[in-house]
Design a protein around this ligand. Structure first.
Ligand SMILES: C[S@@+](CC[C@H](N)C(=O)[O-])C[C@H]1O[C@@H](n2cnc3c(N)ncnc32)[C@H](O)[C@@H]1O
Length: 370
């Protein structure tokens, strides 16, 4: 069976922290549409539902993320979830987490399940900054959890899970970005994921946005950090652009060096070319390849989708959802240039190469138009 699907799940609707830039600072529970649907009282995905989802989706998945918007390790049955996920030997099984709920038994279960990557969100490399941003998080506990993970890996002689450090860049930690590569290398990380803080619902992030800062200075800090990280052997799993068109070298040698750096750093990798190709061929790389499954069972075609779900787990099965009318209309709309639902205003949409000259008139808007 070809593994060409990417599955993004959320196992819980909650988090143990209230980070200053996150929607959880304004709510105890993140609800997903439709808001009146819940699979459990506390909003955690029941293990039986996860087991059904895993059986239907994981054999065809090259990547499974066990979390996206909430904290997965506070799921009361997280070790059972890991055991089930591990059965399918998904090539890229990963999850983002604040790492604080990690205990030894869970670390053992993570290694046993063959989790490939843990994305630990830290946002600060000093006690002061970390505890200022990650409200409820304790620096000593973070360091202890990082050490625990490394000890359990060493005990099993396992290179996995790889550690990816996630750093959301904002005013409060601007000065610490440059220290990030040294911190990451010191704590056994192999990858960095750096992203700008962005506006989100339920919290005013305007004091933290870097939009009003000098763009050249920001790019210079990013460039220096990227080069430092790569010199330390770290990959850039995700990293903001730090080059403008004008910065790009013109000479053959300069262009070759730039390409080599991009390949060495992971900025350019096969997956990106595949993504770009699918985007141009289909108008968007996600629908039909990506299935986002919320803790209330709602299934969406990508993480940006805000309109009506394309199906519901556990009521519908994966094939019915993949071949059903809602997803077909979304894909047809993208291909023909008549996008429906959230795609109509989405910035990730492009014109498909094979878009017919006449728009399909059979495409109806789906769910809430945005
Ligand atoms: C919302 S958390 C959920 C998963 C998990 N609890 C964690 O801490 O990684 C996922 C990531 O989103 C980032 N994040 C939170 N608010 C953000 C914002 N306003 N802009 C950009 N990233 C944000 C966090 O720093 C974290 O790395």
């Amino acid at each position: 069976m070809r593994r060409n699907h990417s599955i993004v799940l959320d196992l819980t609707e909650q988090c143990n922290l209230k980070c200053i830039m996150c929607y959880f600072s304004g709510t105890d529970r993140l609800r997903f549409e439709p808001y009146d649907r819940s699979l459990s009282e506390r909003g955690t995905m029941p293990v039986e539902v996860f087991e059904k989802i895993a059986a239907e989706y994981f054999p065809r998945a090259h990547r499974v993320a066990l979390a996206c918007a909430a904290e997965p390790m506070i799921h009361p049955k997280f070790r059972d979830i890991l055991e089930i996920a591990g059965r399918y030997r998904v090539p890229d099984l990963w999850f983002p987490t604040n790492l604080l709920p990690l205990i030894e038994r869970t670390a053992e279960a993570i290694v046993a399940a063959g989790v490939t990557t843990i994305g630990a969100s830290i946002d600060g490399v000093t006690r002061e900054t970390y505890e200022k941003i990650r409200i409820g998080g304790k620096w000593d506990r973070l360091i202890a959890r990082l050490n625990l993970l490394n000890e359990v890996k060493a005990k099993h002689g396992s290179k996995h899970p790889k550690l990816r450090i996630i750093f959301t860049w904002m005013k409060s930690n601007r000065h610490e970005l440059r220290m990030l590569p040294a911190f990451a290398a010191e704590h056994g990380a192999s990858e960095l994921d750096v992203r700008f803080v962005t506006p989100t619902t339920g919290v005013d992030v305007s004091p933290e946005l870097l939009d009003d800062e000098d763009a050249d200075a920001l790019r210079a800090e990013l460039r220096a950090t990227a080069h430092d990280a790569v010199a330390r052997g770290l990959k850039l799993a995700s990293f903001p652009e730090f080059e403008t068109e004008a910065d790009r070298p013109r000479s053959l040698v300069g262009r070759a060096r730039r390409r080599l750096f991009n390949i060495r750093s992971g900025i350019e990798r096969w997956e990106h070319w595949q993504h770009l190709w699918r985007e141009r061929a289909n108008g968007c790389a996600y629908p039909g390849r990506t299935f986002v499954i919320r803790p209330n069972g709602a299934v969406a075609p990508c993480i940006f989708w805000q309109a009506e779900p394309i199906g519901f787990q556990p009521d519908d099965d994966a094939t019915t959802i993949a071949e059903g009318a809602p997803l077909t209309r979304i894909r047809e709309g993208l291909r023909t240039g008549s996008p429906v639902g959230t795609c109509a205003t989405c910035i990730h949409r492009r014109d498909a190469f094979y878009r017919p000259l006449r728009r399909s008139e059979s495409v109806e808007p789906l769910g809430t138009e945005t």
